[in-house]
Design a binder for this molecule. Structure first.
Ligand code: MN
Length: 481
């Protein structure tokens, strides 16, 4: 915690990964390993090309603007942001830029913290633009992949209204979820689909902003958190030492290897992009009826699902909050419930075993071997008393290890509770016959020894005894002695 008043603003770029074609061309919008196969002449800036706005992208942007309570303009137009770089064949990016109207202007969104409290994030603007190609710098050469050139990009800019790294991350996670729930993007950091610029300042006085330092192109939420905290500490240290004038209005970058921010350029070196209206795209009238049609078709949003999980399925706010965080997880949960799994049981498995496993293996739930159908084999076996919950964990682990269905694993290793009463009774009697000393002590008042008998029977049955039945039989047999 800084003793100073911290102010944070965020710019989040998210690739629209779920359209068929790119933002202004017919190039295929598809993530693929093979470089330079999804490229149209427009993406390569061949002479005479003309961009055409992808209607689907505008529809998605209007949906987002609505969710963000942003003002949607009557007419939409695009601008050229001019700069030269090898990943930008045209020499400019088609984008939108205030004070000209963007697809979303102003607005706000209320965000819930894990503890249930809320905070409001004020939106400056949402604009629609195109991504640049992808440069990869190798030892003595660089490669360029134009698949990404022209991919739709949504840039969401907040006002400087956040005050902690935790809130910043909570906000980013919620916006990521919105992209997923609205079917706009997988919003997958691992595929480089989300990139953030962060600005941080500190001040003694909540009504005055300090010097703003910007950190560019931070690629994961954990790096955003680290970069913010590093910058707060760096600026606070300088201020503590009476050297606040050394905090410069500058652009820095996050260096993962040293876990620090590094100077990139000063404000005096700021690039002049010479924005002007893109002459090849006429201004587009956004038909109010079309906007309404988009607005009534907004899919169920994460917080709506959270409410539903709490009210209809009785989940805790905490579990529901974890499950809705990413749409694939919420979809998995709903599929489990649809299959007849008890919602609380499904939530327990998800929030502990399953998400723990995914984290450990660093894979997504879509790559998880145990589909809801296969998980249902495990929970059904518990419900029917075939296996204990302890055995279920063993089945879960073995199933993942061997990539075999839980039912197969249970058969293969004969993992089951002993449901044959007389067989279990025989073992109980045998254990008691072998423990005359312990029975004497038990009868003499050492009632804790009951657990000793349970342990002995479990050992004999290799853990397959049904604990409830075992307790019943032990009570009954001990009474006879
Ligand atoms: Mn941008």
């Amino acid at each position: 915690m800084s003793k100073y008043y911290v102010t944070i603003g965020l710019e989040m770029h998210c690739e629209g990964s779920l359209t068929n074609t790119k933002a202004f061309s017919s190039g295929k919008n598809e993530y693929t390993e093979e470089p330079n196969c999804n490229v149209s002449p427009v993406d390569m800036a061949f002479p005479g090309i003309l961009p055409v706005v992808n209607k689907k992208c505008v529809e998605q942007a209007i949906m987002l603007s609505t969710i963000l309570h942003a003002r949607i303009p009557e007419y939409m137009y695009f601008e050229r942001k001019n700069y030269y770089y090898p990943d930008l064949p045209k020499g400019y990016q088609i984008t939108q830029n205030p004070p000209e109207e963007c697809v979303g202007n102003g607005g706000y969104i209320d965000i819930e913290r894990a503890d249930g409290s809320t905070f409001r994030v004020d939106i400056d603007n949402l604009h629609l633009e195109e991504d640049a190609a992808q440069l990869t710098h190798l030892y003595d050469t660089s490669t360029i992949n134009y698949n990404r050139a022209g991919v739709p990009l949504f840039e969401l800019v907040t006002t400087p209204c956040l005050h902690s790294a935790d809130d910043a991350i909570t906000y980013l996670e919620y916006i990521r979820a919105i992209y997923q729930y609205c079917g706009i993007s997988e919003a997958d950091s691992k595929k480089g689909q989300i990139r953030c610029d962060v600005n941080v300042s500190i001040s003694d006085d909540p009504n005055t902003l300090g010097t703003k330092v910007e950190i560019k192109n931070v690629n994961s939420f954990s790096s955003v958190r680290d970069a913010i905290n590093y910058e707060i500490e760096r600026q606070s240290d300088l201020k503590d030492q009476g050297r606040y004038d050394e905090v410069e209005q500058e652009t820095r970058r996050w260096d993962e290897s040293t876990m620090s921010t590094v100077h990139m350029r000063s404000k005096v070196d700021a690039i002049d992009y010479k924005y002007f209206v893109e002459p090849n795209i006429p201004r587009i009238k956004l038909d109010p009826n079309w906007i309404k049609e988009i607005q009534v078709n907004i899919p169920e949003l994460p917080y709506e699902r959270k409410e539903k999980y709490m009210n209809e399925f009785g989940l805790s706010a905490y579990d529901a909050g974890i499950i809705i965080k990413e749409k694939p997880t919420a979809d998995y949960f709903e599929k489990c419930v649809e299959l007849g799994m008890d919602p609380k049981t499904a939530a327990n498995w998800l929030c502990t075993q399953i998400l723990g496993y995914l984290y450990q293996e660093d894979i997504s739930i879509n790559e998880f071997y145990l589909t809801p159908e296969l998980m249902n084999q495990i929970t059904t076996a518990i419900k029917d008393g075939v296996i204990s919950s302890k055995q279920a964990k063993e089945v879960f682990a073995k199933s993942l290890e061997e990539k075999e269905e839980p039912n197969t694993i249970m058969d293969k290793y004969s993992i089951k509770q002993m449901d044959n009463d007389s067989e279990l009774l025989d073992i109980v009697i045998k254990v008691l016959d072998n423990s005359p000393e312990q029975i004497k002590q038990y009868k003499g008042g050492l009632t804790n020894l009951f657990n000793y008998f349970v342990g002995q029977v479990m050992k004999e049955t290799k853990g397959q005894a049904n604990p409830v039945k075992l307790k019943e039989l032990l009570d009954q047999e001990l009474a006879k002695r």
